[in-house]
Design a protein around this ligand. Structure first.
Ligand SMILES: [Fe+2]
Ligand SMILES: [Fe+2]
Length: 202
């Protein structure tokens, strides 16, 4: 039968505790980072409804952090210090704060589409983990991540159907260029994530 650790009191040894804390650290850091980047996305959301929705996503990411943070606190982590001392969003994704700079709605949509899509796949695995408190927290988180992912997909679809009525940059070619640049094999932490495909960038 698969291992099940129902509470922190059942944690079997120091190695297991360290592994669970590492998993939670990676997730918690990204929950805060995503909220911070959604803050940048709000600036470029084209309608009030989009701004409200992105603001809600931002609050949900911070709630996800609180859910994971509460479990980390149970294991002895000083969560107030954790939030205060962490590097800002971009640095948490790639090691360099300058990497994640949202500069228009195309950036915002690609961020939403890719980050929340990845989160949905990864957190689905977390819901099957042996540490039950973490698995349960992620079952709650996953429902909201699926909503974020669906919005990112819908925005991207709409953007790609846009006939580009004189807008510069025209959405579809620019979306394709940035998307391809973002996925380019061999892209390393030092290269900008969202501006990598821009023609005007060196
Ligand atoms: Fe999240
Ligand atoms: Fe999300």
């Amino acid at each position: 039968m698969a291992m099940l650790v129902r509470t922190k009191a059942e944690i079997p040894d120091a190695a297991y505790r360290k592994m669970v804390l590492t998993l939670m650290d990676k997730q918690a850091g990204r929950e805060v980072a995503t909220a911070e980047v959604f803050g940048q996305c709000v600036l470029y959301a084209p309608t009030v409804e989009d701004k409200i929705r992105i603001t809600r996503f931002q609050a949900e990411e911070l709630k996800h952090f609180q859910l994971i943070g509460a479990l980390m606190r149970e294991l002895g982590v000083d969560i107030d210090a954790y939030v205060r001392d962490r590097q800002k969003a971009g640095a948490r994704f790639t090691g360099d704060e300058a990497d994640v700079q949202i500069r228009d709605w195309i950036d915002a949509t690609l961020f939403n589409f890719m980050i929340d899509r990845a989160a949905t796949f990864q957190l689905t695995e977390y819901t099957k983990g042996s540490y039950a408190p973490l698995a349960k927290a992620n079952a709650v988180i996953l429902k909201e991540e699926e909503g974020h992912k669906d919005f990112g997909e819908a925005c991207l679809e709409q953007m790609c159907q846009d006939p580009a009525t004189g807008r510069d940059p025209a959405p579809l070619p620019e979306v394709v260029r940035r998307f391809a640049a973002h996925l380019r094999p061999g892209r390393h932490a030092g290269q900008p994530v969202l501006s990598a495909g821009r023609a005007q960038d060196p």
